[in-house]
Ligand binder design. Structure first.
Ligand code: P6P
Length: 328
């Protein structure tokens, strides 16, 4: 019987980054605290809805709020209580928030998150997720917008929590990718996947063909290549698209595959946000041996110009990303 290791024990005993950045342990404790609450309420979403309608209160004894607003508030509340966190930015909020402690020297970190990505899928019980990234602040004193506009290669740590048939926290601090499954009985994240490496090749293509008529030629050429029959290269690929990025990315991380949300004639920058989705998930891919691109260059090298900017993205198994990039 394998010895159970929880996330806190793993961070203290195995995460080398904590030797130079000890404050990250508390930041992760706060992320655990908030995402355990989110997991509970997401797993009872329908009940929350019913209770809210009948008694005007949800299972948490609070005024019913949309689950993504509730998740956003819980993440802010938890991170605000850490002396190491100077402030946060959320995909749900226009501007970043500075915490009272931001002037203190210990408040070295900032956290950006999408509190409940894919929340439109919650009423059909599809997997959704929280996506986060942690940077060291660059400024002294008051937090500045520039602190939140650092490129993805400056990420100190990033990850996501997928709320599906299990709740799994996947993270990296630049020394590989590890995943922890929430043991609801014990209320702990337990190590379940160590040193994840995404397969270099795969038979999974994740893209929405709803925009088929709005994609540029190279995207369609790649898709046609994926769907051609060629036994030697295991084609045609299988098409899997959930419409919840964390769910699509997590499946592909473990099984291999390529996920694309390209630019379209209607959305020339695509839909997905650089700071809240593309950078943290590309950071994870990089650590798991996968590849990631905006179709032209390294997403993690893009210097953001605004907090909510969008970028086209393709990421996953290196062979498939290389093939995609070979189409011009
Ligand atoms: P579409 C969810 O709204 C999301 O931000 C991602 O999680 C997901 O990959 C994408 O949008 C789905 O977008 O246009 O296919 O509905």
């Amino acid at each position: 019987m394998q010895t159970k290791i929880n996330l806190d024990q793993f961070l203290v005993n195995k995460e080398v980054t904590l030797q130079t950045e000890p404050g990250l342990k508390e930041i992760y404790y706060k992320l655990e605290e908030a995402t355990k609450k989110i997991s509970h309420v997401v797993n009872h979403a329908a009940l929350v809805g019913i209770l809210g309608k009948a008694d005007k209160e949800n299972v948490q004894g609070e005024e019913v709020m949309k689950l993504d607003e509730l998740s956003n508030d819980w993440l802010i509340e938890s991170l605000k209580s850490s002396k190491y966190c100077a402030g946060v930015a959320s995909e749900e909020m226009e501007d970043f928030i500075s915490f009272d402690q931001c002037q203190n020297e210990e408040a070295k970190y900032i956290v950006l998150f999408d509190p409940l990505d894919g929340s439109s899928n919650i009423d059909t019980c599809s997997a959704i997720g929280t996506i986060f990234s942690i940077y060291k602040r660059k400024s002294k004193g008051e937090l500045l917008l520039s602190d939140f506009l650092q490129k993805g290669n400056d990420i100190l740590s990033a990850g996501y929590v997928i709320y599906g048939s299990s709740t799994i926290l996947v993270y990296s601090m630049g020394h590989g990718v590890n995943a922890f499954t929430l043991d609801h009985k014990e209320g702990e994240y337990i190590l379940s996947h160590e040193k994840i490496q995404t397969p270099t090749s795969s038979t999974i293509l994740s893209i929405s063909f709803g925009y088929y008529n709005f994609y540029e030629k190279r995207v369609l050429d790649f898709c046609h290549w994926c769907l051609e029959e060629d036994k030697a290269t295991n084609r045609p690929l299988t098409q899997r698209y959930i419409g919840s990025m964390v769910a699509d990315i997590h499946r592909n991380l473990l099984k291999g595959g390529i996920f694309l949300y390209p630019a379209t004639t209607k959305s020339p920058n695509g839909k997905l946000r650089l700071q809240y989705e593309c950078n943290p998930l590309s950071f994870i891919q990089k650590q798991a041996g996968g590849k990631y691109t905006n179709g032209i260059s390294d997403i993690l090298e893009i210097v953001p110009t605004e907090l909510h900017q969008r970028v086209p993205i393709a990421l996953g198994s290196s062979d498939l990303v290389d093939k995609y990039l070979s189409f011009k």
